[in-house]
Design a protein around this ligand. Structure first.
Ligand code: FES
Length: 372
């Protein structure tokens, strides 16, 4: 697996920035990326993309993908997430997923996606993820990370699909041969829905300082915690939990119960949380809609409402050329005369003058006028 990942990563083009700029200018309006993609769809001078090299459905209702990112990926810290983009029925969709792997193994990394009721992207990935699939990514983001100096005592708690960032922390600590005590508790409705069961058991067996507890609402077995969180679970995981640092990612009720428990003992500073929420679509992942978009050539104006420039153009009755709708093919690239735009893949907002941008992955962040 790692041999294949390294081979794929070493095959990416390493072009000098000035050369890229010059070639980009020559390749206007599509840019050099359009031509690189003909060689390999993961190649890009600007975008982070990844190829899926393995797919596992290790637990009921979830899919685990191993991805090899291109050279735009700059690694991650355990606990961070990426904004993954796919095209579904011709529409660019973006959701946030936490890396599940050790941060020390970033030639490839895992994302485990649990299907949510009505979850468009999670259902799509569960059904369609396959070896060779190419997805868009953002660089790693998020503040839910371990301190550089690892605490002596750690309690890692997850519920449902919140397992991925805390598993990444556990795998990272094991790779570092961390010697402090680490207690890991995972809450799940039942065993069949819990991913990484075998690996958690192995980590616990191989590392005497690691203790793994599982809590199932339905039919808990011998040695497993019963049901939902209760005060006794912390003591069962680590009698010294009050002087440990606790990291938790899970659904609202679990987070609230833990917050109340820690606040009762004035230990709030020792609790670090990441709320589990299904990823937001691009139109909901940034600042609220604002500004007016003017399509100069058509003489049409429309108010921004959180949709991408491509979606707004179509809503205004225009038919701009497009392909992937996910920032890969560059077919939708158009000249922006002036305006403020947010890149839906990275969340970064910038003001541009006479710039060529992909309409499908840019959202107005203020007034925008463009050549359409
Ligand atoms: S980059 Fe392919 S449609 Fe926008």
């Amino acid at each position: 697996m790692f041999t294949e990942a390294k081979a794929l990563r070493s095959a990416r083009p390493r072009l000098l920035p000035r050369l890229v700029t010059a070639l980009d200018a020559l390749a206007t309006p599509h840019g050099i990326d359009r031509y690189l993609e003909w060689v390999d769809p993961t190649w890009s001078t600007r975008d982070v993309r990844a190829r899926v090299i393995e797919v596992r459905r290790q637990a009921a209702g979830s899919v685990t993908m191993t991805l090899v990112p291109n050279g735009g990926w700059t690694g991650f810290e355990a606990g961070q997430y990426t904004r993954l983009s796919v095209e579904i029925d011709g529409v660019h969709q973006t959701r946030c997923y936490s890396m599940a792997s050790s941060a020390h193994r970033d030639d490839s990394f895992e994302l485990t996606v649990k299907v949510h009721a009505g979850g468009l992207v999670s259902s799509y990935l569960y059904a369609e993820a396959h070896r060779g699939m190419v997805v868009g990514l953002s660089r790693a983001e998020g503040e839910f990370v371990l301190p550089a100096v690892r605490p002596e005592g750690l309690v890692l708690i997850s519920g449902g699909s919140g397992i991925t960032p805390v598993l990444s922390m556990l795998r990272t600590l094991c790779d570092e041969d961390h010697r402090g005590s680490v207690a890991f508790i995972h809450y799940s409705p039942h065993e069949a829905e819990m991913p990484y069961r075998a690996e958690l058991a192995r980590l616990s067996d191989e590392h005497p300082n690691v203790r793994v507890l599982r809590a199932f609402t339905e039919e808990p077995g011998r040695g497993e915690l019963n049901g939902l969180f209760c005060d006794a679970h912390l003591g069962a995981a680590d009698p010294a939990w009050r002087i440990a640092e606790t990291y938790v990612c899970g659904p609202g009720p679990l987070m609230h119960a833990l917050r109340a428990r820690f606040d009762r003992e004035d230990l709030g500073k020792r609790l670090h949380t990441e709320a589990f929420t299904p990823g937001l679509p691009a139109s909901e992942s940034g600042p609220g809609p604002c500004g007016a978009v003017r399509f100069e050539r058509s003489g049409i104006e429309i108010n921004a409402d959180g949709r991408t420039l491509l979606e707004l153009a179509e809503a205004a009755g225009l038919k701009p050329a497009h392909g992937c709708r996910m920032g890969i093919c560059h077919t939708c690239t158009r000249r922006i005369h002036r305006g403020t735009v947010r890149d839906a893949r990275t969340g970064m907002t910038r003001t541009v003058v006479d710039a060529d941008l992909q309409l499908c992955v840019h959202v107005p962040g203020g007034d925008v006028s463009l050549d359409l």
